[in-house]
Design a protein around this ligand. Structure first.
Ligand code: ZN
Length: 221
């Protein structure tokens, strides 16, 4: 299914889908649940646009490649480009909106790759590995250090985080990313997952939310 950025009111956003820049271990309790050390500097990786699919009423996951984990994350859509050392004002001006996204991960494969010191791409970049619902415009958010993120799986709340718990808050994180490589209009930032990751299976029913702001129901096909 092809993906195009859009807002929750159905308005299409005419930035091309670019790359998805992700940060690993940005919540201390999540780093601990996978027995990972807390990084001393941001752990960045990129998912290509080819892996993005819309959340819609359902999405597919790979089967027969080991466990597929959900990571529910606050996604930031950029509407302007940013490069080396942007100011706080420039970052705020570049943010278009927010959505509750899924960073899907082939967890068994990632564990093997990590053990060998190999890149994570095969576990993070498969088709369908980034699931995006529509975005809520940035004007709806007063405080970027107080945005909730929640996943309810088959009726049970599994992840319930808040940007207040991020080791690297949203604005400094984007300043750091833009200093490593240029960010473009249409790029998406996945800001890390709170504690509570786990496997997904066909037939699972999900509700992903920015609590009080946007809420989407979907299922694994
Ligand atoms: Zn993630």
């Amino acid at each position: 299914m092809s993906y195009q950025h859009q807002y929750v009111d159905g308005t299409r956003i005419h930035f091309p889908l670019g790359k998805v820049v992700c940060i690993g271990r940005n919540y201390a309790e999540h780093a601990q649940e996978l027995d990972n050390p807390i990084p001393t500097e941001p752990l960045l990786f990129i998912k290509p646009g080819s892996c993005v699919v819309p959340l819609d009423s359902g999405f597919k996951i790979p089967t027969e490649r080991g466990s597929v984990h959900y990571e529910t994350e606050i996604a930031v859509l950029l509407g302007k480009s940013l490069s080396t050392n942007p100011t706080v004002e420039e970052v705020l001006d570049a943010i278009s909106g927010f959505a509750p996204a899924l960073d899907l991960t082939l967890r068994d494969l990632q564990a093997q790759l990590k053990e060998k010191g190999l890149p994570w791409e095969r576990s993070k970049c498969f088709d369908g590995a980034c699931v995006l619902p529509p975005f809520v415009p940035v004007s709806a958010f007063e405080d970027l250090t107080d945005i909730g993120i929640r996943l309810t799986l088959n009726g049970e709340v599994r992840q319930d985080g808040n940007s207040a718990l991020m080791l690297n808050p949203i604005v400094p994180m984007i300043q750091h990313m833009a200093t490593q490589f240029s960010l473009m209009a249409g790029d998406v930032i996945l800001t890390g997952t709170p504690v509570g990751v786990g496997p997904l299976n066909p037939g699972d029913k999900l509700v992903v939310e920015l609590p009080g702001v946007s809420r989407f129901e979907s299922q694994v096909l």
